[in-house]
Design a protein around this ligand. Structure first.
Ligand SMILES: Cc1cc2nc3c(=O)[nH]c(=O)nc-3n(C[C@H](O)[C@H](O)[C@H](O)COP(=O)(O)O)c2cc1C
Length: 164
């Protein structure tokens, strides 16, 4: 089974952790990479989100209200050859940032499995798993929620989730 890790992560000022050069999800995605040796792909927004936390929350609220579909740079041509996608994202306003919705709608997920991983600061996976199910035809496996403040101490949890 060939796997791909797809992640979006916000570097800069973040909730509870101050200014970080490596995003929490970015760190977790790299742990999954180490554990699985899967290919890895980052969703990089064409228009960057603000590094300032409050400004970024404002942008997030606006994109949620508008249900917008911000585009990412260097899109993959397709997901051919991959059976399993580890989809890794931060919880933004109760689900994933809209750039992840752009990704989910752009590709064909028939006969693919998605394992969702959400980093958060209290809300867990929230609406995100239901939303993945509503936007794709993928088989969606149980998700894993990891607090951003625990991103660097959760390797065992991640390993166990991967093995399920
Ligand atoms: C714009 C924005 C909105 C957020 N909304 C939520 C939220 O609704 N619930 C929650 O638990 N955490 C929320 N957070 C916290 C992030 O989910 C958490 O810090 C996560 O670990 C960030 O991962 P990253 O560094 O990879 O972006 C929010 C953070 C940002 C920047």
């Amino acid at each position: 089974m060939k796997s791909l890790i797809v992640f979006f992560s916000h570097r800069g000022e973040n909730y509870s952790v101050g200014y970080i050069k490596e995003g929490n999800v970015e760190h977790i995605a790299k742990v999954i990479k180490e554990l699985t040796n899967a290919d890895i792909y980052e969703l990089v927004p064409e228009v960057p989100y603000s590094e300032n936390y409050r400004e970024c929350v404002k942008q997030s609220v606006k994109e949620m209200q508008e249900n917008s579909r911000p585009m990412f740079k260097n899109p993959l041509p397709n997901l051919d050859g991959y059976d399993l996608i580890y989809l890794c994202y931060p919880n933004w306003c109760g689900s994933f940032p809209r750039i992840v919705a752009t990704f989910l709608e752009k590709y064909d997920f028939h006969n693919k499995i998605i394992k969702p991983l959400c980093s958060h600061e209290g809300s867990g996976l929230a609406r995100s798993v239901d939303e993945i199910k509503s936007l794709t035809a993928a088989e969606v496996k149980p998700g894993l929620a990891i607090k951003g403040t625990e991103a660097h101490t959760s390797d065992d949890k991640i390993r166990e989730w991967i093995s399920k």
